[in-house]
Design a protein around this ligand. Structure first.
Ligand code: EPZ
Length: 419
């Protein structure tokens, strides 16, 4: 089992480049099922979740070409299998994103139930309700969602999400592109990745308006054609490396990124005392060798503070000056990193969906274990600020969401090795 060995205590200084957004690439890969023409996707991050999705499409009969700079060409004209098997779905819950496209194009889909994960139950009831609103019939048999369109096609309808769901919105939007008639999605997710998927679908001939707002309208069309689309930069990867600069009182610039995707996060970096500067495609933070000030965080749907940055801010608050309260409003169990940080000397108390942090002068290195994607990144960040050596175990979680994390951190001067 690979591990990361980190010797902390040094300010990170330097520049790195953000990769393509994982959570934009995954739905766009699934959207390739909506057409028999080739779909070309550029700026795809080289991550485990992307290769898992490519394997899933390959199993269905899709042909995938990957060129030297990792641009993908996917041709699903020969897809003959409409099943997403358990052994792939359980390693990546985002596999649920093939449900909408398979139903829209083939009128059937057998998708394994993903099962829970470290951060919570992760139900798919909203995905099911959304597909049923378009006329699909879904039964659950032997751990599989068996979806069928009795009429052989989906019919446009109005659907309101009672809880904002990113992949739920994406699944419904994709299914609606080929439904007969108009679909209106209310209380839709406004994440930039939803907008990026809509942009790609519109290039493929879909007629979607309102993406990025809480109400999205989709006029169904008969078919979609191929297109070329470059994914947006990864805002969470960007925020994670900026957080590494702040926790070590250093100076980090991330380029090829989008500052406008991170307003709520940059506001908090400012509150912590960082000098935050931005350009059209870059963001820099400079702590000017000061210790960050503790800040209160409340996560919520975009454009509120992103839940995927909560663990990283817990790490900074662990060594910041003062007391802070973190409230996690999206997932019911996203504090696994807190238990590991306590072993590094953090003073944190969990009470239901809040964590109270009392900033400490320093953390000390310790052997810690990663549990989910963002929690593991927060342990790496905490280790960069800790005195002494930290070994982070089970780093396959990290490789799911961060491209070559140790190489990018080494570019910033970190003492980190993969062992
Ligand atoms: C997406 O997950 C992201 N994944 C997550 O990123 C991210 O944390 C999450 O959105 C919230 O922003 C991808 O985009 C691939 P949700 P998703 O449906 O769509 C409840 C990462 O680190 N819910 O927006 O699965 C759910 O339990 C990952 O990259 C239902 O109740 O999240 C949660 O409390 C982790 N029923 C809330 O909605 C449903 O059918 C928001 O979940 C679906 C969701």
């Amino acid at each position: 089992m690979e591990k990361l060995k980190i010797i902390g205590g040094k300010p990170l200084i330097g520049k790195i480049r953000a990769s393509g957004a994982k959570n934009a690439a995954l739905p766009i890969l699934a959207a390739s099922l909506l057409t028999e023409d080739p779909l070309i996707i550029q700026n795809v991050p080289h991550l485990k979740d992307v290769t898992t999705t490519i394997e899933l499409l390959g199993r269905m009969g899709g042909q995938i070409l990957i060129d030297s700079n990792l641009n993908l060409e996917i041709n699903n004209s020969a897809v003959t299998d409409y099943c997403a098997p358990y052994e792939l779905v359980r390693t990546m819950r985002a596999s649920i994103l093939v449900l909408g496209p398979l139903l829209a194009r083939f009128g059937m889909a057998d998708v394994s139930l993903p099962g829970g994960c470290a951060i919570g139950l992760r139900p798919v009831n909203l995905h099911i309700a959304a597909m049923e609103a378009l006329g699909a019939e879904i039964t659950i048999e032997n751990g599989f969602l068996k979806a069928r369109c009795p009429k052989g096609y989906l019919t446009g309808n109005s659907f309101t999400f009672d809880v904002v769901s990113v992949t739920g919105t994406e699944n419904l939007m994709m299914a609606a592109t080929l439904a007969k008639g108009t679909t209106v999605i209310k209380n839709a997710a406004c994440e930039p990745e939803v907008t990026d998927l809509a942009d790609c679908l519109n290039k493929m001939g879909a007629q979607i308006s309102g993406a990025g707002t809480a109400t999205i309208e989709i006029q169904g069309v008969d078919r979609l054609h191929g297109a070329t689309h470059s994914t947006i930069p990864d805002r969470i990867e960007t925020g994670t490396y900026l957080a590494a600069g702040i926790i070590t009182s250093g100076k980090v610039l991330v380029r090829n990124t989008r500052p406008d995707f991170l307003d709520a996060v940059l506001l908090k970096f400012n509150e912590m005392g960082a000098l935050v500067e931005t350009g059209t495609d870059w963001i820099s933070v400079d702590m000017q060798n000061k210790r960050p000030k503790a800040v209160d965080i409340m996560t919520g749907p975009h454009p509120e503070f992103p839940t995927d940055m909560q663990a990283q801010f817990a790490a900074i608050n662990a060594i910041a000056t003062g007391r802070s309260i973190i409230t996690e409003n999206i997932f019911e169990n996203r504090f696994m990193h807190v238990l590991e940080m306590q072993r590094m000397g953090a003073h944190m108390e969990i009470d239901k969906n809040t964590v109270t942090c009392l900033g400490q002068e320093k953390l000390s290195g310790a052997p810690v274990m990663a549990t989910d994607l963002r929690a593991s990144a927060s342990l790496v960040i905490a280790a960069l600020a800790a005195h002494g050596e930290t070994i982070v175990d089970r780093i396959y979680h990290i490789d799911r969401g961060y491209e070559r994390i140790e190489e990018k951190l080494q570019q910033l001067g970190a003492n980190i090795q993969r062992i």
